[in-house]
Design a protein around this ligand. Sequence first.
Ligand SMILES: Nc1ncnc2c1ncn2[C@@H]1O[C@H](COP(=O)(O)OP(=O)(O)OP(=O)(O)O)[C@@H](O)[C@H]1O
Ligand SMILES: [Mg+2]
Length: 336
Amino acid sequence: MRVLGVETSCDDTSVALYDSEGGVAENLVSSQVELHDVFGGVVPELASRAHLVNLLPLVDALLKRQELELTDLDGVAVTRGPGLIGALLVGLSTAKAVAMAADLPLVGVHHLEGHILANALTADMELPALVLVVSGGHTELIHMPEIGRYERLGGTLDDAAGEAFDKTAKLLSLPYPGGPHIDRLAVDGDPGRYDFPRPLIHDPRLVFSFSGLKTAVRLAIQDLPRPLVDRDVADVCRGVQDAIVDVLCRRLFRAAGDRGVRAVYLAGGVAANSALRTRVSTDAQRRGLHCVLPERVFCTDNAAMIACAGFHHLSHGRRDGLDLDSFARSPLTSWR
Ligand SMILES: Nc1ncnc2c1ncn2[C@@H]1O[C@H](COP(=O)(O)OP(=O)(O)OP(=O)(O)O)[C@@H](O)[C@H]1O
Ligand SMILES: [Mg+2]
């Protein structure tokens, strides 16, 4: 089965072709990073307009590269939400038009399920598993007994992990999005210089909080001499990254232990973080848990993960009509 995936929930326009025989055949992403960089974050209206300009040419490019016609496809999967409503609507309208024009089945996908199933692009997932979803808008611990069944065990009470990275980067005048820059700069940072707080680390609940960390980081940066020098920037990056990775990992493995699962997975943009990947792999190995990480390119927003999730739904006979709508927010556990 060949499924066309369409993803426009935020600032990446992406289309992909997932083939149930051979996996991801194509994954094209048109990034809007430069467009939004000057504003220090995503401007929703600009994102919608850029999707409108970029999406159809991307679909055409995909078909051309694969030497396919629309009628060679077997289905269309599109992100319904959560995300920016205007941005989502561009993807949804385009996916509906393609489905109608070529008489293909259409299915809507929850963006977080897409992030989780990015793991299935690497290898069959070992289930039941505990999944840590860490992205620009979410930090959630999900118990996953099987594909399509998700139980939320806990999550952040305030900022998402990606936001904590991005807001720190902004305070350090690094480009948007800041996560990859902090990842890179932290390598040269002194791990002993800053001991930033690990919020709620002793809380018995499976919760996260990053707003206090953000304040601690802001105060530390305020105390630094101006202009900022590379050494200080690297040390702050290292301190923040160590704090975030530490709380994420401790909660993930506690949740895995509570549930008695034998496999753990990472999902979402922050899953591309080198320190998080190393720590989760090492800790999983030490505990004898199965852990295969998603490829970095499939951690941040991409349509391959949406096409893969769409394949799963379509192969189980699920179809959506042309009245399919988008949503800005909706928990993964109750959306269908
Ligand atoms: N190497 C990295 N280290 C840390 N953070 C990273 C890295 N790469 C990307 N990120 C962060 O990942 C986030 C983007 O992830 P993603 O694309 O999944 O978020 P989103 O789609 O905006 O949010 P959501 O998926 O919750 O709707 C940004 O906050 C970015 O800084
Ligand atoms: Mg995302």
